[in-house]
Ligand binder design. Structure first.
Ligand code: AMP
Length: 473
């Protein structure tokens, strides 16, 4: 049972991490708290902050949104020079707070607090080996394997060496912020699958999943952590060493499609510009005669603006979003998923009645959202609804941290584009090509991971069958 839960967690994690280094400032946790607010879109299931006060680590983590989890009192109590923060999202239904992060462990040399974004594909094997040697685990998440290995190695090695040795063993995706001793450390897997960048503000440094967190901290962007790099911030300086060198970079293209905030710059490329480019290329690849381009807010908005600019069809508002409802993806059952689309979106009837619409969204995963929205628009009097998707069909499960269901539930894996068009009742349906997506990101295709679209995984992945186990439970 626990093994199953582990597998499940391994496949379904989406997270945001932040690390703050600010000796001398008295508000370390406040800064981490602000940073986490900016990363809230990366995970809404749980939030946590750990503060390192001269090696003594205090932490607080709980299920819920950042503003629900923390009170002034809690923030005031978490004092120190270095803080680690984490937001976590998962659809496992396992909202168990023991799996929330940062993970805090004690080892011979003191405390370690660690926040991880990504998925280790060989965590079960390592965990079993460690358990055979007598190690005990308190959570079912793969990140505890990292904490365990780092703690083990750092009894005899420096923190950097301990991390390097850990990196030799773990496989998969990881962007990690951790603190150990007087250090704030950022680590990125050798493929650079998940984003991680460094910023500087008056009195300190920040390491964050996304650069959008720098704005709220009034921090300046310094640089991205390189794939395979270990960045150490200590004595007010940044040091760096290569952990392990990857064969090639494989940055997650779905970060650009959906996951990251549009005001972030990931590995040198603006998410906003890439989404707008995607909309423009989509208009070139799938033109259509229509009266108005509308977006599924907010995920399709930027690409819809791009589509409108390129096609010269005016952009307008057709759907109004209730901003206070969480992501519909979170709903565990199909029925709830369908109802939550209504809860979240309403049609602006006056604006769409009798019109031929181009409806732009970022992706189709299960197909529930598009089907419901086309239905809502047509019931409200739209004459035609032409669906345009600013990413290619999602056909393969992600093993590296984007929450995609098992292949049998991915509509792009089981149906042709024409079958999907019929299923969602659209007048036409066009997806962006893989080549078009890579072009929109303005990075060469061979340094991007597009495995969820192509099945071309950057490394060997576990067999799909393990996922079906969970779907059946
Ligand atoms: P559906 O096709 O009904 O599964 O929903 C697809 C919608 O969910 C897309 O329009 C995205 O905005 C959103 N979405 C796609 N991937 C994810 C994800 N990994 N986590 C949360 N939401 C997602």
């Amino acid at each position: 049972m626990i093994e199953n839960m582990m597998e499940l967690d391994k496949l379904k994690e989406e997270c945001g991490v932040i690390g703050i280094y600010a000796p001398g400032l008295k508000n370390i946790s406040q800064l981490a708290y602000f940073g986490l607010h900016a990363l809230q879109h990366r995970g809404q299931e749980s939030a946590g902050i750990a503060a390192n006060d001269g090696g003594r680590i205090q932490y607080y983590k709980e299920a819920g949104l950042v503003q629900e989890v923390f009170t002034d009192e809690i923030i005031r109590r978490l004092q120190g020079d270095i803080a680690i923060g984490h937001v976590r999202y998962s659809t496992t239904g396992d909202a168990c707070v023991v799996n929330a992060q940062p993970l805090v462990v004690q080892h011979k040399g003191g405390g370690i607090a660690l926040a991880h974004n990504g998925n280790l594909i060989n965590a079960p094997e390592i965990r079993e080996q460690l358990q055979d040697q007598g190690a005990i685990f308190q959570t079912s998440i793969d990140s505890e394997v990292i904490a365990n290995l780092v703690a083990r190695y750092s009894t005899t090695l420096s923190a950097e060496e301990a991390i390097r040795k850990t990196m030799e063993q773990i496989q998969g995706s990881y962007a990690v912020a951790l603190t150990l001793g007087q250090k704030l450390i950022g680590v990125r897997d050798p493929y650079g699958l998940k984003p991680l960048c460094i910023g500087k503000f008056e009195g300190g440094y920040v390491i964050s999943s996304e650069s959008c967190a720098f704005h709220v901290l009034d921090a300046e962007f310094v640089r991205d952590v390189a794939p395979g790099e270990i960045v150490v911030i200590e004595d007010n300086e940044i040091h760096s060493m290569m952990g392990i060198k990857g064969e090639k970079k494989a940055f997650c293209s779905f970060e650009f499609v959906y996951f990251a905030r549009p005001d972030s710059v990931l590995d040198g490329q603006s998410v906003y510009i890439s989404r707008k480019n995607a909309g423009k290329i989509l208009a070139q690849e799938h033109p259509v005669e229509a009266d108005m381009v509308i977006a599924v807010p907010d995920s399709g908005t930027v690409a819809a603006i791009g589509y409108s600019e390129e096609s010269k069809i005016p952009f307008g508002e057709g759907l109004i979003k209730n901003r206070y409802v969480g992501r519909t993806f979170i709903q565990p059952t199909q029925k709830m998923r369908e109802l939550s689309v209504r809860l979240k979106l309403n049609v602006l009837k006056e604006n769409i009645k009798g019109k031929r619409l181009v409806l732009v969204d970022d992706s189709i995963v299960r197909g529930t959202t598009s089907r419901k929205i086309v239905d809502l628009l047509k019931s409200a009097g739209a004459k035609e609804v032409h669906v345009r998707i600013s990413s290619p069909p999602v056909k393969y499960s992600c093993y590296f941290g984007i929450d995609t269901p098992a292949r049998k539930n991915l509509v792009g894996a089981t149906r042709s584009v024409e079958e999907i068009r019929k299923m969602i009742d659209a007048d036409s349906l066009g997806y962006l090509s893989i080549e078009g997506l890579f072009r929109s990101i303005q990075m060469p295709g061979d340094i991007l991971c597009g495995a969820c679209f192509s099945g071309n995984y950057p490394m060997e992945v576990p067999r799909e069958s393990s996922q079906y186990v969970f779907e059946k439970r």
